[in-house]
Design a protein around this ligand. Structure first.
Ligand code: CP
Length: 349
């Protein structure tokens, strides 16, 4: 892990294949720790992690808090509805309040794109040592979700050795509301960064044609791509074209709260054209896993029967993998700050 150089974790566009490998390796090690008995590791003892979620969350927030506790950090959470935001306090001043209380890590979610990035820049400008971890910003990025999806897929393809190589050359189909999905954007960087080919599938209103070129230009703010050879991205309009030969299928929540205009005729029509079911998955030609970041609109993105079939649907496995992935992220950020490589040795034995 000595090559880890990210101070803040804001997106996956700046991750190299070695970065993905480091996260997968460490998360796999955390994942294999016993889940009963003594569950805590001392790695973040004396550290303070604050979860500043300005937008609702069930999975991400709980998972980060559990991950921080499993590493023995102190955890503070913030609830917008009962906070001084209602008195007009700004996001930056809210964050600075937690920094003043000694927060080492701020996990930040906001409905507006770039709020975590802006906070990270402000903290750097102010000379604060606190680091920012993006818990999801607007339509832009959800790095920890992209990484837990990566671990889930890598483990599906090679449970013993879930490395980026496990994904190389695989065909991953992402279906649905790509336009409003920060999960899709993070997955595009992560999956192509590990050499997988991604087929995006959805109606024009939810999947603009230019997504086919999403990873072609160097990531924003970088002069060159940190990944030498990415997988390809293609766009298909019909599942009948997208699914044959797929190795895995990810479907995304229709984000009605982010749709500013009528983009769909009806949910029934959407389900008929893009909803996943056991029957429809036969188009893949063999049994393949289905992922969904949650929360799921039952009967819209997939049938209830498929959602409740753990032999195909990996939604609960994704949630389980979220904890070790977030432990890995918190651990690496703390280790980068204090070069605490010695405690890494103690968890590997
Ligand atoms: N996948 C995801 O981000 O879920 P939450 O909104 O519940 O955190």
């Amino acid at each position: 892990m000595s090559g880890w150089h990210h101070r803040h974790i804001l997106d996956l566009a700046s991750f190299s294949r070695d970065d993905f490998a480091s996260i997968l390796e460490l998360a796999q090690r955390f994942r294999s720790l016993p889940v009963t008995g003594v569950r805590k590791l001392p790695a973040l003892q004396g550290r303070l992690v604050a979860t500043l979620f300005f937008e609702p969350s069930t999975r991400t927030r709980s998972s980060f808090e559990l991950a921080a506790k499993r590493l023995s950090a102190d955890v503070m959470s913030f609830s917008p509805s009962s906070s001084s935001l209602s008195k007009g306090e700004s996001v930056l001043d809210t964050a600075r309040t937690y920094v003043a209380m000694g927060a080492d890590v701020l996990v930040v979610r906001h409905r507006s794109t770039s709020v975590p990035q802006q906070l990270a820049a402000d903290l750097d400008r102010l000379g604060e040592r606190t680091v920012v971890l993006n818990g999801g910003d607007g339509l832009h990025s959800h790095p920890s979700q992209g990484l837990l999806d990566l671990l889930t897929l890598a483990r599906h393809f090679d449970a013993q050795k879930p490395t980026p190589q496990a994904l190389a050359g695989k065909k991953i189909v992402i279906v649905g509301d790509i336009l409003h999905s920060r999960v899709a954007r993070s997955n595009l960087w992560a999956l192509t960064g590990c050499g997988a080919d991604v087929v995006l599938c959805g109606p024009r209103s939810l999947l603009p044609e230019d997504f086919a070129a999403f990873v072609d230009a160097p990531p924003p703010g970088l002069s060159c791509d940190p990944v030498a050879q990415r997988g390809r991205v293609t766009v298909e309009r019909r599942l009948e074209q997208a699914l044959p030969g797929a190795d895995a299928v990810m479907t995304l929540r229709l984000q009605k709260e982010r749709m500013t205009q009528q983009l769909l005729t009806s949910l029934e029509r959407y389900h008929r054209d893009y909803g996943l079911s056991h029957a429809r998955l036969q188009l893949c030609g063999r049994q393949v896993p289905v992922l969904h970041p949650g929360p799921v609109n039952r009967g819209v993105e997939m049938t209830s029967r498929l959602l409740d079939d753990p032999s195909i649907c990996l939604v609960e496995e994704q949630v389980r993998n979220g904890v070790p992935v977030r432990m890995a992220l918190l651990y690496l950020m703390a280790a980068a700050e204090s070069a605490a490589e010695s405690s890494l040795v103690s968890i590997s034995s």
